[in-house]
Design a binder for this molecule. Structure first.
Ligand code: ATP
Ligand code: MG
Length: 348
């Protein structure tokens, strides 16, 4: 019995979580994949229920989870909270040791026309960005402001780089066997250590081809030749920027899932977008980002490739019939789309 802890969170979080769980239930009915779901308060919902975005009960539940699903957090009503939902999220990443953030960016042929970029450029885009999540300039010390001076420190050691590099090479082995490591080695000492370490790790993966790009060149190539990328490996700050840039390619944030991986604790799966307060409560949200987060969980935490494929094929089939939510130019509500996917699963 797999233990899944869900953190629906705020805004559209609970709506897309409900959709994805209904689909999971329909897809697993009658199979030997059994699971129990424990829902816990987190984010703004944690503040409202328990006075803290990351309540103690939630922390305790995560320690015994096999996998964690997060909807989305935040919203204008909590901007002045003494501890904000976003601070709760950073606390959670640190507590769970979520060192690798994995974002697949894939563009289905049936959705190519939605991309703001030229069709012939983006057709066939299928990449995974592996971003180091608990190091680099976000966490390095010293970090302070003193009058008219301010310091941030980009810190990595060999072990930190080696760990994330191994993760990326292992992802590449399951894909097209190509890693693009992104750094700024012409300027940063940190990046030179990064590049050296990545090359050392590469020796252990002779079946994977490695290439190095400066971050400025990578930013350009993401838009001009996105189909050239298989796995992008990069540090925390560069990964933050590049993964938001890459999310433009598919045309809606509502299509993109992510996974955050820990060495010791359960992995966390969540959409890349925020809580979308502008459309919350109106059944307008595209649940695909959450559904694909669930299929990432099935593959990565539970090895359930066949189940994950079935769910993804059902979603693609529904979209190929022209059933879309509004962000993709369609008329379907969150529930219409969910029910269509469930019908497709029950037919197949
Ligand atoms: P955050 O600060 O939490 O990252 P944000 O300000 O970047 O939030 P999002 O909440 O990610 O904003 O939303 C950005 C835009 O994308 C909004 O207009 C929102 O309605 C839309 N959007 C985000 N997710 C979805 C979704 N699943 N379905 C439809 N539209 C979405
Ligand atoms: Mg954002």
């Amino acid at each position: 019995m797999h233990k899944i802890v869900t953190l629906p969170g705020d805004g559209i979080g609970p709506e897309i979580m409900a959709s994805a769980l209904e689909i999971l239930q329909a897809a697993t009915a009658g199979t030997d994949f059994t699971y129990e779901v424990t829902e816990m308060p987190f984010g703004g919902a944690g503040i409202d229920a328990k006075g803290h975005p990351f309540p103690e009960e939630t922390q305790a539940a995560l320690q015994t989870a096999d996998a964690i699903l997060l909807g989305a957090i935040g919203g204008p009503q909590w901007h002045d909270a003494s501890v904000t939902p976003e601070q709760g999220l950073l606390q959670m990443r640190a507590l769970l040791g979520l060192y690798a953030n994995v974002r697949p960016v894939r563009l289905a042929d049936s959705l190519v026309h939605l991309s703001p970029l030229k069709e012939e450029r983006v057709k066939g885009t299928d990449m995974v960005i592996v971003r180091e999540l608990i190091g680099g300039i976000y966490f390095g010390k010293p970090k302070y402001r003193e009058g008219d001076e301010a310091f941030d420190t980009m810190y990595y050691n060999r072990g930190m780089i080696e760990r994330i590099a191994r993760y990326a090479f292992e992802v590449a082995q399951t894909r097209r066997g190509h890693v693009t490591s992104v750094d700024k080695a012409n300027v940063l000492a940190n990046s030179r250590l990064w590049r050296e370490t990545v090359n050392e790790v590469a020796q252990d993966y002779p079946d994977v081809q490695v290439e190095h790009l400066y971050v400025d060149a990578a930013a350009m190539k993401l838009i001009t030749k996105p189909t050239d990328f298989d796995v992008i490996l990069t540090e925390n700050l560069f990964g933050d920027i590049l993964s938001d840039e890459a999310s433009v390619i598919p045309g809606s944030l509502g299509l993109l899932p992510s996974a955050s991986i820990s060495a010791e604790q359960a992995a966390l799966y969540e959409p890349i977008h925020g809580s979308a307060p502008d459309i919350a409560g109106q059944a307008l949200a595209n649940p695909m980002s959450m559904i694909l987060s669930v299929t990432m969980m099935l593959r990565q935490s539970f090895g359930e490739e066949v189940l994950a494929d079935r769910i993804e094929e059902a979603c693609q089939a529904v979209m190929a019939e022209g059933i879309f939510t509004k962000d993709l130019g369609g008329q379907a509500s969150t529930t219409d789309f969910t029910q269509a996917v469930i019908r497709k699963l029950q037919e197949g």
